[in-house]
Ligand binder design. Structure first.
Ligand code: G6P
Length: 609
């Protein structure tokens, strides 16, 4: 999704901006640009459709230089990907702006500005902002005043950074609904959509609040709240993790992140073990909140939503607590009725997903006993705005298709089921079984990674296919959904998941030799039922790819390809089978030659609705 980088310093900043954009590439984008104020106080601009590499090439051939600048990677919302629609947008050769978010009233503003004589050169919603800023400074206002009056006219979500050739040492920025952080250097200041973009220049960050407007120069920083009052916001020092962003020996981040899972899972669980998987793992208020929790409402998007679907099985089975799960984009707009005593649990790798954040923000007063977020990024908006937070320790996840974040979310949910279960009579024996299982998990994932060559061999059968069906039963159904999502995200093969028992209510009509059927088949209570469902597929000529426990009794035969999975305690099966399906998607995509880490049209962090 769109990424912003800005800098104001006593040194030349174009390389800082470019490096920032490179570090934001993982978020997903389709065009990139930057604008600088040169030492003759003129606006200099490069912007191109495509990768940041195009910008770098332009910079090599025709460098633009300056000590104050803004840069952007754009993920198209209004207007197709093109150089004209790329940011920065400029007005009157004086103002340049970059924007992340969506301005909902842009059409009305565009008409007013056109009537006032402004010519529009792009199809974006953003262009109204730059002309509004220009109109205001032309009336004699400072860039700060112009920013304040402009944002008061905007409806929607935005993070903005603007520069003005008449105040060449300043960057003025604002945020509402889209993330923006200030990076504090020594005698220099930066802004970015996330801290990753600036880790090469600073480890000190200020997270802006909703409605904040900020004026940065090399020498100083002034922050104003939504009422226009000067405010101080806490500065945080961030440690570690910079090297995690390196690929090392791996060809792709996704593969690296799949292979990091044993470590990520152990780290997430270790955090809890220090505290003996106590309520407090979920925050200081957790003991009190969990004592009055009678139901759980989980809200999330994408892969995180699938983690919620798995969690429902655990929360109802282990903790005996009613649980509902919903995608955030639906939940946020629905008239809802929550059971008394419902705990709202949001899940988000990034902690910035717009719909999930809106679901939290729009919770009615008194609707929930409290809000808990399971997130992977500390200081993210969801973490800051929830009553309680559990941070997974997946480390930075760069691949757009989420892998290690998902499995660490599952570990977090097993722990949540365990602590909520304790409040509801979970037996010490079952609790011990869970703890032992969690301790075994990293080793079992390592064993699963060892069957990577067999999965790679199996993947060849998928590359000519246009569709695939994933089947599971019980808790393996959401795992089948996650497997299908991984495959469609990165290989562009249309993949759907079905609970195997639903086959004959529709999808069986699609089954023929051209439709590979992937079955998630650990040896669980539903195995015999699943086997009957798979027979139905076989007898219609469907080609089966079965990920099965050795004891499940599947054999390789014509039309049935079995992948022998490590024998796994039932409670850990969702994690183990997920890892295998991640590898399947990866190898299919690799052979198809798609952009595995940055699949087309997708973004890592979806900060607009
Ligand atoms: C995007 C990403 C997915 C992710 C989803 C939710 O679609 O590409 O990988 O699962 O957003 O993101 P979150 O950060 O809230 O988990």
């Amino acid at each position: 999704m769109c990424g912003i980088v800005a800098a104001t310093a006593r040194r030349e900043v174009s390389e800082i901006l470019l490096e920032g954009l490179r570090r934001l590439e993982y978020r997903g984008y389709d065009s990139a640009g930057m604008a600088l104020i040169d030492n003759e106080q003129r606006l200099q601009l490069h912007k191109y459709q495509g990768k940041v590499a195009a910008l770098e090439e332009a910079q090599t051939l025709n460098p633009i230089l300056g000590c104050t600048g803004i840069a952007h990677t754009r993920w198209a919302t209004h207007g197709q990907p093109s150089a004209a629609n790329a940011h920065p947008h400029i007005s009157g050769q004086r103002i340049a702006v970059v924007h992340n978010g969506i301005i909902e009233n842009h059409k009305a503003l565009r008409e007013e500005l056109s009537d006032a004589g402004y010519d529009f050169v792009s199809a974006t919603d953003t262009e109204v902002i730059v002309h509004l800023l220009h109109k205001s400074v032309s009336e004699g206002n400072t860039l700060l005043e112009a920013m304040r009056s402009t944002v008061s006219l905007l409806e929607g979500a935005y993070a903005l950074a603007a520069i003005d050739t008449h105040s060449p040492e300043e960057v003025v920025a604002a945020r509402s609904g889209s993330p923006l952080v200030v990076g504090v250097g020594i005698g220099e200041h930066f802004l970015a959509s996330d801290t990753m973009a600036l880790r090469q220049v600073t480890d000190r960050f200020i997270y802006l609040d909703e409605g904040d407007v900020v004026v940065c120069s090399a020498a100083g920083l002034a922050i104003y709240d939504d009422a226009g009052e000067p405010v101080q916001r806490e500065m945080k020092k961030i440690s570690g993790d910079v090297e995690d962003a390196d690929l090392g020996d791996f060809e792709h981040y996704m593969l690296k992140e799949i292979y990091e899972q044993p470590h990520a899972l152990a780290a997430t669980f270790a955090k809890a073990l220090d505290q003996k998987v106590d309520d407090s793992v979920f925050g200081d208020a957790a003991a009190e909140v969990f004592a009055k929790t009678r139901a759980v409402q989980i809200v999330a998007c994408g892969t995180s939503y699938h983690a919620g679907l798995v969690a429902r099985y655990w929360l109802e089975d282990i903790a005996g607590i009613p649980c509902q799960v919903e995608v955030a984009s639906e939940f946020r707009y629905r008239k809802r009725v929550a059971h008394p005593g419902t705990l709202l649990v949001t899940i988000s790798q990034s902690g910035e997903t717009a719909d999930t954040l809106a679901a939290l923000r729009h919770a009615e007063p008194g609707e929930f006993v409290a809000s808990l977020v399971i997130a992977n990024v500390d200081n993210s908006s969801l973490v800051r705005e929830s009553d309680m937070a559990f941070l997974t320790r997946a480390g930075i996840e760069i691949g757009v298709a989420s892998t290690k974040a998902f499995t660490t979310q599952l570990v977090a949910f097993l722990m949540l089921a365990l602590v909520l279960g304790r409040h509801r009579g979970l037996s010490p024996e079952r609790e011990q079984l869970l703890l032992d299982g969690l301790a075994q998990l990293p080793e079992l994932v390592k064993q699963t990674l060892k069957i990577d060559p067999q999965i790679e061999a199996m993947s060849a059968a998928f590359i000519q296919k246009h569709h695939a069906l994933f089947l599971g039963r019980g808790i393996q159904y959401p795992i089948a959904m996650e497997g299908a999502l991984k495959l469609k995200e990165i290989s562009y093969i249309h993949a759907e998941a079905y609970p195997a028992g639903e086959l004959k209510h529709g999808p069986l009509a699609l089954v023929d030799a051209d439709m590979p059927i992937v079955a998630v088949a650990p040896n669980d209570d539903l195995l015999d039922k699943l086997k009957s469902n798979l027979e139905e597929v076989r007898s219609r000529g469907g080609e089966l790819y079965v990920f099965a426990d050795g004891s499940a009794g599947f054999k390789d035969e014509p039309g049935v390809h079995v992948l022998a999975m490590p024998h796994t305690p039932e409670i850990l099966q969702p994690v183990i089978y997920t890892v295998a399906l991640q590898l399947l998607a990866y190898h299919v995509a690799l052979q198809k030659g798609t952009d595995v880490d940055k699949p087309r049209n997708l973004a890592k962090s979806v900060t607009v609705e």
